[in-house]
Ligand binder design. Sequence first.
Ligand code: UDP
Length: 488
Amino acid sequence: MASSEPQPKPAKPHVLLIPYPAQGHVNPFLKLAKALHARGFHVTFVHTEYNHGRLLRARGAAAFDAGDEGFRFETIPDGLPLSDLDATQDIWALCKATRRTGPAAVRGLVERLNRAGDAPPVSCVVADGAMGYVVHVAKEMGLPAYLFFTPSGCGFLAYLNFDQLVKRGYVPLKDESCFTNGYLDTPVDWIAGMLPGARLRDLPTFIRTTDPDDTMLTINIKQCELDSPAADGILLNTFDDLERRALGAIRARLPNTFTVGPLGPEVAPPSYLPSLTSSLWRGDDRCVAWLDGHAEAAGSVVYVNFGSITVVTGEQMDEFAWGLAAAGSPFLWVVRPDMVRDGGGWALPEGFAEAVAGRGLTVGWCDQEAVLEHPATGGFLSHCGWNSTLESLRAGVPLLCWPFFSEQVTNCRYACEEWGVGLEMPREAGREEVEAAVRELMGAEGRGAAARRKAAEWKEKARAAVAPGGSSCANLERFVQEMALAKC
Ligand code: UDP
């Protein structure tokens, strides 16, 4: 006989999301978090105390206020000594410190959340691929755990082969001469799934070491040999059409790999929990209005941004400034306050403002996706961080690639050779090279125009992937089902 007693509502699945504490990681994680929340999950999003402080300063308390919506933020320490909020953290030191203190911090957090009892018990964990140790903590606690790798599929595939590079004797490099004697041009065509013609120099720069115990080399090997196979599944912010060959090789090793990208407005519309943002700097509000002023000439503006970590010298900045001035296109240039090495005092060169005569806007930070989506934007001079590359593809904007480190060099090679959306700028570019490269990118004919046409094609494919019926949309739903069923 059916009871007339009201039945308790089944507990919602409760996902704990733990991004690596850097801008290029928290951004896609927040989009994933909103997508899961929109699909019925209770979400706890974990920042480091340092990043929480930075967000609070950049965005105020609203950045954490989802109302009574089952979306909460928690913090854990990052293991580094407390520093002031302007002293951008050393990424290597951070990597080591989080590995040391992270396991106990994550365990303590799960226990505390479950003890508090004001939310459903934590039922699954999605941790950053750069924090693979979380998988082992979750497993010890009886929780399903997934790893979200925020780099490209091609970058991840390269990391998966770091162990082979060591076993086959390519890495560590014999000595410093390998940086300059052509050794980095050695082909690595034995890596299944890599684009034809790939060379050592196209693999993430962490292989460019002479030290067999190099931190980033060994961390990446461990993550790919031990942590990733221990996870219940792998998430990648990419889509099948874009990286079919690399993804085939990844899935051969890690079959439960979900491609869910590009994580953008389709999965996390700006109108959904709009005050929850992840930008660690406050964007300059003038950008969109300035672009509006150039909207009549669609695609006329070159956008210049090297992401959240890249640091350059004052001399390089001067060369970029004069190159941009000479190239003739209007430009929007983001110069982070901490971008110039030892250069608290760097300022635009004397005479620059007169030379560009109102043709350029220089800001400290912007809402990049809004800039890329703006019709006035016609080219992106980028360091090829994966988020920037994917956001540019999604917006149909061709790239002028100036990769800096990590898998940015891999993304650059794919953008130029495989996807046809990029032109590569020489690493040691002086003002003449910058000018020539920007002119070529923005030109109505030639390689820039060809890259623009390709970018328009990828824009359609990228949007199709996340639209209903698309591969990433289907994968996200499959991932949601799997996680919801896994709830304890
Ligand atoms: N970003 C932004 N405004 C800026 C610079 C960067 O919103 O002025 C965002 C950008 O949209 C991207 C992220 O910061 O989502 C940078 O990630 P990416 O992987 O491109 O590079 P990283 O900062 O990790 O080198």
